[in-house]
Design a protein around this ligand. Structure first.
Ligand SMILES: [Fe+2]
Length: 186
């Protein structure tokens, strides 16, 4: 289950309270069961599924894509696959760790593994949210946030896009109130 950590170190595990806090900065968090057959479950557990296998994983979850397409106009989806030995992993993580925003929503559905999103709340406080398999999250455009992995360094997440233009990090230079790996140990 996802949980949230305040900059004070207080941990919030109650889903309703989490959604309320996240709602103050426009983030939506939903729990969507990951659809899988024995075969796709096996594919999901692989470090690095091939192109056709990735398509199988994506297709399995396309009922959600269809819903998003109809409700919000998302046009494309792909699968981000991260594992400890992924070439270029450190550089990739370095891009998303500093506080930044995007010109478009950041929409992720975690289908395997886990990761941590951080958000700057309207009052200037910050929270970290651990997301794992089954968590669907939408980070609204222009909201200051960051992303990091947990010590497992393993996540697979479907990304949904309305377009590819504008989806780059814009760094704001806001200092993080989180010094270490708080959410990991909560
Ligand atoms: Fe981002």
């Amino acid at each position: 289950m996802a949980f949230l950590v305040r900059s004070s170190g207080a941990v919030v595990k109650d889903r309703e309270t989490m959604e309320e806090i996240l709602g103050t900065c426009g983030v939506s968090l939903e729990l969507w069961p990951v659809q899988s057959t024995d075969r796709t479950a096996a594919l999901l557990s692989r470090d690095s599924p091939g192109t056709e296998e990735v398509e199988e994983i994506l297709s399995e979850q396309d009922r959600y894509f269809q819903k998003l397409r109809e409700a919000h106009g998302y046009q494309t989806r792909d699968l981000v696959v991260v594992y400890p030995e992924l070439p270029g992993l450190s550089a990739m993580l370095d891009r998303f760790r500093p506080i930044h925003y995007h010109e478009d929503d950041e929409v992720r559905y975690v289908v395997d593994g886990e990761g941590v999103f951080g958000f700057v709340l309207p009052d200037g406080d910050q929270v970290e949210l651990l997301v794992e398999k089954g968590d669907f999250i939408r980070v609204p455009r222009l909201l200051e946030h960051w992303f990091r992995l947990t010590e497992t360094r393993r996540i697979k997440a479907i990304r949904y896009f309305t377009g590819t233009a504008g989806w780059v990090p814009v760094y704001t230079g806001t200092p993080s109130l989180f010094s270490g790996e708080t959410a990991r140990t909560a």
